[in-house]
Each structure stands twice: as C-alpha cells, then as structure tokens.
Design a protein around this ligand. Structure first.
Ligand code: FES
Length: 109
C-alpha cells in the first residue's frame, strides 16, 4: 500500500485545536484527525469507536477543548494526548497513527 506521507503543514494546526487530513491509498484512503498541543502533534483515525462515525460536526470542524476531543455524534470524550476514552458511550480509545514534524510539515512516520 502506498500512502501520501504529508498530512498538512504544522502551522495549519491551531494550538489546542484540530484539523482533518485525507490520506490516499490504493484502497480508497482514510480520514485522520490531526491535533496539536504546543509543539506536540498527534493523529488519529477520524472514526469514533462507539458507532464508527466521524467525530467532526462539519467537515474539519472538531469539538476540542482543555486537552480533550468530544465526538459530535453522541458525546464520547477522548484525551488528545493519548486517544483514551474518558467519558461518554465509547468503550475504547481512538486509533492513533505515528506522525512527525519535518521541515514544517506533519508527516506520517
Ligand atoms: S459515534 Fe461517537 S459517540 Fe457515538
């Protein structure tokens, strides 16, 4: 499988916020949530473990506050840093992908 490694530019991700990124692949690709806290960037599949829905309330618009992201569908709450579920109906956490910042770009490792 070949995937695009550049997700977005680092400065496109608001500190304490999130953006969406689409990753192309031979099987149609997938959607990611890219979140930032200071110099730290994390990425998760944009698929809630509760009912498999996207977490954003509109494309690329996420409910992120105080280090947590809330799924817009039924309110499952996850820690930004770990993806662990800390509230709501989900029984497991978000699925992460390893990323790094190189030359101002957020890339899949
Ligand atoms: S689909 Fe996310 S909380 Fe239900």
């Amino acid at each position: 499988m070949s995937v695009k490694s550049v997700l977005c530019r680092f400065d496109e991700v608001p500190d304490g916020g999130a953006v969406s990124a689409h990753v192309d692949s031979a099987t149609g690709g997938f959607e990611l949530i890219v979140m930032r806290q200071g110099d730290t960037v994390v990425a998760y599949h944009n698929e809630c473990p509760h009912a498999g829905r996207r977490l954003d309330y509109a494309p690329g618009q996420f409910l992120v506050r105080d280090g947590r992201i809330v799924c817009a569908v039924h309110g499952a709450t996850f820690e930004v840093a770990s993806g662990c579920c800390v509230g709501g109906p989900a029984r497991s956490g978000l699925v992460s992908l390893p990323v790094e910042v190189v030359d101002g770009e957020v890339r899949l490792r």
